[in-house]
Design a protein around this ligand. Structure first.
Ligand code: HPA
Length: 269
């Protein structure tokens, strides 16, 4: 495993002309941040040894190196989901490669269903914590010596990055919510009873990604900042049919606000 990670990192490093410390994983329908990256160098996933290949609509699948907010960054346009059939090792493989490339901070974004009755479609939710509801743990198996066997998760989402993002949102006049994200395997959206269960669990939003990458990032010692775009509501009385297209449409409308916060947050690192 470690050898494969290092082989992949060596391939990417040979093409890198910058030394980014921040990486961003762009979620469903959230690829437009990539258009704001300048001085771009792109590597399609299918050219990278050992990299899984992304299959879902809305995920074009490439690594992008360039500048955002005046800083060198690395972005993953398209992530690997457990529901696509990838193992947890594959889903989180790129995060381990990031660590080998010298990345110190991971920014993640996703589309999620809101279970908090105070949320509205289109809201941005800064992720303060998560609940791992996937059926397989990404760190199951032999421990990779990037971190301890039993990693601490008391601050999976860096408090300092959250408070900087809050200050930025206020300065820019962008409304943000805060909350707990529960990650499930999908690919079904939730039944009303499942949304209710997740609310009782303490979740404010539910989605099919992010948690595995965040766990592995923490294991690797990366600081994490995450934003969910609330694309539909799993709130009693407000539940309607959800489609992937609607999720993408709602995510699209909120992208400029998320990008503005991410760009400024990167600038301040
Ligand atoms: N549930 C799970 N994943 C999602 C949802 C949802 O309601 N919306 C967007 N991704």
């Amino acid at each position: 495993m470690l050898e494969r990670i290092q082989e992949t990192a060596a391939y990417i490093k040979a093409q890198m002309t910058t030394s980014p410390e921040t990486a961003i994983i762009l979620g469903t329908g959230l690829g437009s941040l990539a258009t704001e990256i300048t001085d771009k160098r792109e590597i399609p996933y299918n050219e990278i040894p050992n990299f899984p290949v992304s299959t879902v609509e809305g995920h074009s699948g490439k690594l992008i190196f360039g500048k955002l907010g005046g800083k060198d960054i690395m972005a993953m346009q398209g992530r690997f989901h457990y529901y696509e059939g990838y193992s947890m090792k594959e889903v989180t493989f790129p995060v381990r490669v990031m660590r080998e490339l010298g990345i110190k901070r991971l920014f993640v974004s996703n589309a999620a269903g809101g279970t908090n009755p105070d949320f509205e479609i289109g809201d941005l939710m800064i992720i303060t914590d998560h609940i791992n509801y996937f059926p397989e743990h990404p760190l199951r198996g032999k421990n990779i010596p990037y971190g301890p066997r039993f990693p601490d998760m008391s601050e999976a989402y860096d408090k300092s990055l959250i408070s900087q993002a809050d200050a930025i949102a206020e300065e820019l006049g962008i409304k943000v919510q805060h909350g707990v994200y529960v990650g499930t395997q999908g690919p079904t959206f939730e039944t009303p009873a499942e949304y209710k269960l997740f609310r009782i669990f303490g979740a404010d939003a539910v989605g099919m990604s992010t948690v595995p990458e965040v766990i592995v990032a923490n294991h690797c010692g990366l600081k994490v900042f995450g934003v969910s775009i609330i694309t539909d509501l799993g709130v009693e009385g407000k539940i309607v049919e959800v489609t992937h297209e609607e999720v993408q449409k709602a995510a699209d409308a909120a992208q400029p606000r998320m990008t503005a916060i991410m760009r400024e947050l990167i600038k301040r690192q």
